[in-house]
Design a binder for this molecule. Structure first.
Ligand code: DP6
Length: 345
């Protein structure tokens, strides 16, 4: 039997950075994000005696996975088994998995590829085990979180949160929808200044968050104010509030990254140039647009329809300077595409 699922990345508005338990990806604070409509990742999962992962890139060519990449899927499977044990459904995942990943996302250019990959793995695994234990979206989001924290949000369409929860139970933290995709059709015009792979991945980065002298203040700001403001902004479709709180949170996360030991510098000169030009565009031409960056130099420009054409025109000009541009908008959560059952006679 096999199950195939498709998922898209999500881009955080309140950023997830730092865990209370790194191995289980139990975050310190809640985060929020918008799930995109593209690019997509498709994952086919099959039961297998041993772990087998094949990955194909946006050009259709098979990617050579490093030992570290493959080990990450192995760890994810072990954690998913622990979760099934917790659900009294040990038999759901008896051995290992064979995974075939087809990604339309260039890896590590700041388009959150791991969020889409692990959301698709989780949804495919849920399809694979549905006759033994049907899972709710919340449970599927926990499966996704065990592979990549941000993936828990890509299970849901539109806008979603990753709730940190409390304590150390495997199911303490989970994804939750804030508003569906047709609630507010925001665009995300993505400008990737460089396609070079980032040096330190988010997994290693999360483990350093506590070393920054600004980390505790960041957690307090999210818990006391930012999260509430962000959810309110989404529910009320208040773009000005969303812009203020998400830009504040993004720059605050980068301050934590840049002051951790060792320091993590993800933003490039190009990032700073684009951000300052966007601020000018906003001020001089009153274009509603907000910028946000994850663990890389890529700039995400969120805007409502009113700002879209001007933001896209700005982005297209950046292509002449060697940037890659992706034109995305709010999209659907991870979906099961098909399941193939063995023919029984
Ligand atoms: C900066 O979810 O990529 O994009 O759980 O180790 O895979 P892992 O980390 P990941 O961290 C996301 C970091 C971020 C912010 C965000 O998406 O919230």
């Amino acid at each position: 039997m096999s199950a195939t699922a498709r998922a898209q990345p999500n881009i955080a508005l309140i950023k997830y950075w730092g865990n209370r338990n790194d191995a289980m990806r139990l975050p310190e604070a809640d985060s929020t994000a918008m799930t995109l409509d593209s690019p997509s990742v498709t994952v086919t999962a099959e039961h297998s005696e041993i772990l087998n992962v094949r990955s194909f890139g946006e050009d259709g060519k098979e990617k050579i996975l490093t030992e570290k990449d493959t080990a990450r899927f192995g760890k994810h499977i072990d954690l998913m088994k622990n979760y099934f044990l917790h659900l009294n459904a040990e038999e759901a995942l008896p051995c290992s998995l064979s995974l075939t990943i087809r990604s339309g996302i260039p890896s590590a250019v700041g388009i959150a590829s791991s969020s889409a990959v692990f959301a698709a793995v989780a949804r495919a695994v849920a399809g694979l085990v549905e006759d033994i234990i049907p899972l709710t979206d919340t449970q599927v989001s926990i499966l996704a979180r065990l592979g990549s924290g941000s993936a828990a949000r890509s299970i849901f369409s539109g806008f979603a949160a990753l709730r940190a929860g409390g304590g150390s139970r495997i199911d303490a933290s989970f994804g939750q929808q804030i508003a569906d995709v047709d609630h507010w059709l925001l665009h995300d015009v993505i400008i990737a200044p460089s396609t070079a792979e980032k040096k330190v991945g988010s997994t290693e980065g999360h483990a350093l968050a506590h070393t920054s002298p600004f980390f505790e203040a960041r957690l307090a700001a999210i818990r006391m104010r930012r999260l509430k403001e962000c959810v309110e902004a989404i529910l009320r479709k208040d773009f000005e509030l969303l812009q203020r709180v998400s830009e504040e949170d993004c720059m605050d996360m980068h301050k934590v990254m840049e002051t951790s030991t060792p320091a993590l510098h993800y933003l490039s000169e190009e990032t700073h140039r684009i951000v300052s030009e966007i601020k000018d565009l906003r001020q001089k031409e009153h274009v509603p647009v907000l910028y946000t960056m994850d663990a890389g130099p890529t700039v995400h420009l969120f805007c409502p329809d009113e700002g879209y054409l001007k933001v896209l025109a700005y982005a297209r000009k950046q292509e002449e300077k060697g940037c890659r541009v992706f034109d995305a908008r709010a999209g659907e959560g991870a979906k099961l595409v098909r399941t193939k059952k063995p023919i029984t006679v």
